[in-house]
Design a binder for this molecule. Sequence first.
Ligand code: ADP
Ligand code: MN
Ligand code: MN
Ligand code: MN
Ligand code: MN
Length: 345
Amino acid sequence: MTFKAEYIWIDGTEPTAKLRSKTKIIAGASAQAGTLDALPIWGFDGSSTNQAEGHASDRVLKPVAVYPDPIRGGGSSGDVLVMCEVLNIDMTPHESNTRAALAEVEARFGAQEPIFGIEQEYTFFEGDRPLGFPVGGFPAAQGGYYCGVGTDEIHGRDVVEAHLDNCLKAGLGISGINAEVMPGQWEFQVGPLAPLEVSDQLWVARWLLYRTAEDFKVSATLDPKPVKGDWNGAGAHTNFSTKAMREGYDAIITAAESLGEGSKPMDHVKHYGAGIDDRLTGLHETAPWNEYSYGVSDRGASVRIPWQVEKDGKGYIEDRRPNANVDPYVVTRLLVDTCCSALEK
Ligand code: ADP
Ligand code: MN
Ligand code: MN
Ligand code: MN
Ligand code: MN
């Protein structure tokens, strides 16, 4: 008896890494029981993924999380999706491996119980046009598309529904989906979950998005500004809390303030996804990329405190700055490091 394991990893493409995957046939019934024991380390040609030179090209894939594969056998075949991290042959983290640093930070601040919900926005394309854009022109201006219904407003719902089902069959912690402000633009949310968990799952949900869309002959992109001009960009709002923030308002303010201190705004924003200055213009529900602000209910601030959080006097904050193409291992590491250091004092 054998099962198919799809080994997924993040490559070394600059400035935005790409997902790669390949299939391993493994002897045995399955690896589905949530254990990594049945999944051996594997290798690949790093010279084809911007992760090595040709003369010393071997890189190592180390499984870090496993999910039922909803594409092959609908989740009941024993086939699995295997999220991997990339190591050098001496088993040290490869320089493209941003997960290793998050693991250290999560271990250091785990007692504060940080959790995240990430809102992943993305855009479908058919050829060189966003889905729903007429050939050689533009659709009606934005206004009716966000959370819309009907053929005149909605493009790609069949793909979105198939992707959602695939994520749920894989056991991912999806908390919702919605149509976005620009035609062909959508969002799904992952979490709330611990930093490594939410990040592994977001990468797998992205892989499933591309893979599901293949079957519908459309492509999905995380381009933060897929159409120039008066059209919304695509972000990855990152909602964050610790145990103290979920219990009281002082901790909410401490966290929001900590993100504005000294060099923190720049330290964060420069790692929030390539092309961030094109998206954070101060228009289209964004704050300018080079000015930090926070506020209650304010979708024009860098960090929003939801109205319900102010009312309840506890909850979470939303960092609205990350681009759709952000690396979740990096944004969660920076938020835990900055906010949990401040909360520790
Ligand atoms: P928005 O109103 O900004 O569109 P969404 O509903 O799309 O918000 O996303 C909010 C996200 O915040 C969800 O993923 C949700 O699970 C997450 N979330 C809720 N409570 C918390 C919390 N205490 N800590 C972190 N994330 C949270
Ligand atoms: Mn080969
Ligand atoms: Mn949202
Ligand atoms: Mn959104
Ligand atoms: Mn949001």
